[in-house]
Every structure is written in structure tokens, then in C-alpha cells.
Design a protein around this ligand. Structure first.
Ligand SMILES: [Ca+2]
Ligand SMILES: [Ca+2]
Length: 221
């Protein structure tokens, strides 16, 4: 006679489980098409366009679509420096990973992102639950990002399978100036290096191993 409640309990567990799976599927429905992209400005020379894995430098302002409240401004964050990030690998919210694809240096866009591709039903900090967000982004530079095995080998000058700050800095400098961009002051590259080590040197020993570096490739292996 005790079988029935047990069975019901199991069924309940199963039903909740199935419900969760269905909810998960529902949440994942938002797609690339749900990100609205408006190009506000395109420079004359707009040949080299961003793609997944590229290292980008950009300013972005974030607003709530509902009432236009500004919730983020990179110009007032971190002493106003534009943000460095690798595109398409989850360092920025999904909607921006999608909405900032195909941009060139100098380009400005307005990107509208549904909550599913931003902070979802929970929200985060000043962003309330289920909020559609509008970002105004301005890209300063697009360069080959430090993520492929090929670029690891390029960066690892002494071929010892770990990257030092000096190796990463040298790589950025060469990559950045390769396209004829004018040389920048050391602090410019220092910030890039800091950012990369912040995101990749997980054990904080001042070196990036192949394993730490490959975090960018996890979805391509
Ligand atoms: Ca090395
Ligand atoms: Ca390390």
C-alpha cells in the first residue's frame, strides 16, 4: 500500500524535472535574430571586421529599453578606459557577442538585446528582471585575438609552452601596428596585457599556460 505515494513522489520528481527541462528550452529560444542591430556610423575605411575570437577595444553605454535609464557607462567605469574583451567567447553578455560581430574600428552601433541574451529573468545589479537592454557601442580597435593554437605559438617566442607578460605585450604591439596603426604609448599595451592576464591567468602565477589559454576554444574543440 505504500507503493502509491512513493510512485507519486517519483512522478512529481519526474514532472518537476521535465518541467525544468521545458523551461530551460523555452529560455534558450532567443536567437541571433532577436538581437536588433542599428548601424549609427560607419567610417570610410571599414574593411577589417570583427569576428569571433578577435580582441576588441570599445566603449559601451547601456540603457534599459523600458524607460531609457542608463545603467552602465564604460566612460565613467575603470577611469573611463575603453573595455578590452575577446569577442564571441562569453566575456561580454551574449547579445553583445552577437551584436558586435562584423564591426570595424570607428564603427558605432545601437544594439537592442532581449533579456534572454542579457541578464535574464533574474536581472543583475541595476538591471531589473526580464529587462530588454539597449547598448550604444563604439569600437576603437579590432585585432586578431589571443585564442587560437596558432596564435599561442606566435606569441610564445621562446617556445616553452607558457606565455609571459613580455611575450603577450610584444605580440599585441606587433599585431596592432601591423595594420599601419600609429604606435601607442607603453601604457596602452600594458592595459591590454593586464586585461588578458586578468581573464586568463587563473592561478595568478604571472604565466598563461596552454590550458589556461585554451578556455577561449572550449566550444570549438
Ligand atoms: Ca614563452
Ligand atoms: Ca597561470
Amino acid at each position: 500500500m505504500m507503493m502509491l505515494p512513493k510512485f507519486l513522489g517519483f512522478c512529481l520528481f519526474l514532472c518537476i524535472h521535465i518541467y525544468n527541462v521545458i523551461v530551460d528550452v523555452t529560455v534558450a529560444v532567443a536567437t541571433i535574430d532577436d538581437v536588433k542591430i542599428e548601424v549609427l556610423f560607419t567610417p570610410d575605411d571599414c574593411v577589417k571586421k570583427s569576428k569571433k575570437g578577435d580582441l576588441m577595444n570599445a566603449h559601451y553605454d547601456g540603457y534599459l529599453a523600458e524607460d531609457g535609464t542608463q545603467f552602465y557607462c564604460s566612460r565613467s567605469d575603470k577611469a573611463g578606459h575603453p573595455q578590452w574583451f575577446v569577442l564571441g567567447v562569453g566575456q561580454i553578455i551574449k547579445g553583445l557577442d552577437i551584436g558586435m560581430n562584423g564591426m570595424c574600428a570607428g564603427e558605432k552601433r545601437k544594439v537592442t538585446v532581449p533579456p534572454e541574451l542579457a541578464f535574464g529573468e533574474k536581472g543583475k545589479g541595476p538591471v531589473p528582471p526580464n529587462a530588454t537592454l539597449v547598448f550604444e557601442v563604439e569600437v576603437y580597435s579590432v585585432s586578431k585575438g589571443p585564442r587560437s593554437l596558432e596564435s599561442f605559438r606566435d606569441i610564445d617566442l621562446d617556445d616553452d609552452k607558457v606565455l609571459t607578460r613580455e611575450e603577450v605585450r610584444f605580440y599585441f604591439k606587433v599585431e596592432y601596428e601591423r595594420d599601419g596603426s600609429k604606435p601607442r604609448e607603453d601604457s596602452f599595451y600594458e592595459r591590454m596585457v593586464n586585461d588578458v592576464f586578468q581573464k586568463s591567468d587563473h592561478d595568478r602565477d604571472g604565466l598563461i599556460t596552454l590550458k589556461e589559454y585554451n578556455i577561449y576554444e572550449h566550444d570549438e574543440l
